[in-house]
Structure formats: structure tokens, C-alpha cells
Write a protein that binds this ligand. Sequence first.
Ligand SMILES: NC(=O)c1ccc[n+]([C@@H]2O[C@H](COP(=O)([O-])OP(=O)(O)OC[C@H]3O[C@@H](n4cnc5c(N)ncnc54)[C@H](O)[C@@H]3O)[C@@H](O)[C@H]2O)c1
Length: 252
Amino acid sequence: MGRLEGKIAVITGAGSGIGQGAARAFVGEGAIVGLLDRNADAVAATARELGERAFPLATDVGDEASVAAAFAEVRRRHGRLDVLYTCAAVQLIGEDAPVHELDVDVWDRTHRVNLRGVYLCNKHGVRLMMESGDGGSIINTGSPTGLTMSGAGWHAYSSSKAGVMGLTRVMAADYAKHKIRVNGIVPGTIETTLTKPLVDDPETLAGLTALHPIGRIGTPADMAGIAVFLAADESAFATGAHFFVDGGISVR
Ligand SMILES: NC(=O)c1ccc[n+]([C@@H]2O[C@H](COP(=O)([O-])OP(=O)(O)OC[C@H]3O[C@@H](n4cnc5c(N)ncnc54)[C@H](O)[C@@H]3O)[C@@H](O)[C@H]2O)c1
């Protein structure tokens, strides 16, 4: 029997990278997974790959009506939600900058997805979890950039991730009484669409690799195990915590 058998999950950003890797792992462990992403083609293709345990939710996380409709669809299909894993984000590499040079439009576009989007998905996800009375597990995605010097130069992205980590902790305090656990995952540099502009440049890749004491950057598959653990009942005593799966970048 899979570790997530019988659980209904929603993963945001499931059309690519870490979210897509988690969707594969969740379905492999027996969960039914709503694949939420603004990229409708990507979630349709991922749903086809994963079969009857996955269904697409083409959604813009920054738009409340769109998010509300996605969770209404989960309620219509399954009547409940056990796990929410928020991975949708943008990093505007080449546009993000230190605040004295940072365009307000870059700040707004980043925070609209990365912080407002996480808030909206948590808002509608937690409501659905509370309806069942059975509790649930929410997993938000932070970043070492929200905590360490690895965010230097990217003030919009890093501050959005620090905001997500703060929201995760305060939500853990308030929703424990509803049996809803709220934890964060902090990935190191992972090779995905988000980091492609960095990883494709050999010099930047060498610099990033050197930042990770473990001697390499990661893959979406490296991030799947911690997400399954936090989604599963085996992590029942964990809430309000951040789990670093970052090749050691945060110990620097
Ligand atoms: N890749 C890394 O090195 C790294 C490091 C630390 C944290 N993270 C975090 O991990 C998470 C996943 O990142 P990834 O590297 O897999 O990125 P990715 O770019 O591969 O995937 C992000 C997904 O989010 C979706 N998305 C973007 N805007 C959206 C919106 N408005 N509505 C709905 N979906 C939207 C994209 O379509 C994409 O499919 C993000 O929260 C990111 O900040 C990534």
C-alpha cells in the first residue's frame, strides 16, 4: 500500500520542475492529485502521463476567482482536500535587482505569484480542509534566498520567499487546532525551468555548484522524498517547521 493511499492532494506549479516531480511521487504513493498550474498544456500533458489518479486544474494562482474555481472543482470531484503543496512561483532573472534599482513592476509581478498566490491557494485550500474536519497537511516552498546571502541581488524574489516562510509559521500556529499541519520545504538550487537561465551558463553553474557543499546542484527527484514525508501521516508531529533539502547551501 502506498504511503499516500486515499489522500486527495493539490500541487501548484505541477506543470514543471519540483511540483511536477512531486506529482509523480504522490501518484506513485497512491494519492489522487489535482495538478494546478497556469500552463494548461503542461498540466494536461502531466495528467495524461500520470493517468486516472491525476487531473488538471488550469489556474492562475494570482487571481482569486481562478483559485476559488480550482478548489471548487476539487470539492466537486472528491469532496475533500488532505494535502496542499504550493510550488508555483516565478523568478525574474535579469529583471530582479537590489531595491534601489528594482522596478516596481518586477516587484509586483514576483509577489503576485510567489506570495499573493501562496496566500490565495492556502486560503481556499485550508477552507476545504476545514470542511471535512479531518485536518490535513499544507506544504509551502521557501528558499535559501529568503534567509541567506544566496539571495543577494534578487530582492523581489528573496523577499517573496521570506514572506512565504513567515506565513507558513503563523499558519501552523493558528490551524493546529483544526488538525492542519503547515510546514515548509527549502530547496537548494534545483535544475528546472526556473533556474534554466542560470544553469545554462557554464560559469554561473560552476559558481552555483561551488555554493553547495554536497558538490552538485539538485534535481526535482531529489525534492520528492521530503514532500511525500510531509504529506504522509508519518510526519504527524511536524508543524511550523522548515525542512532544508538544499545540498548544504544554507550552512554556509
Ligand atoms: N529551482 C530552484 O533552484 C529552486 C530553489 C529554491 C526554491 N524553489 C522554489 O521551488 C518552487 C518550484 O520551482 P521550480 O524550480 O520547480 O520552478 P518551475 O519554473 O520549473 O515551475 C514553476 C511552475 O509554476 C507555474 N506558475 C508560474 N506562475 C504561475 C501562476 N501565476 N499560476 C499558476 N502557476 C504558475 C509555472 O507555469 C511552472 O509550471 C518555487 O516555489 C520556487 O520558488 C526553486
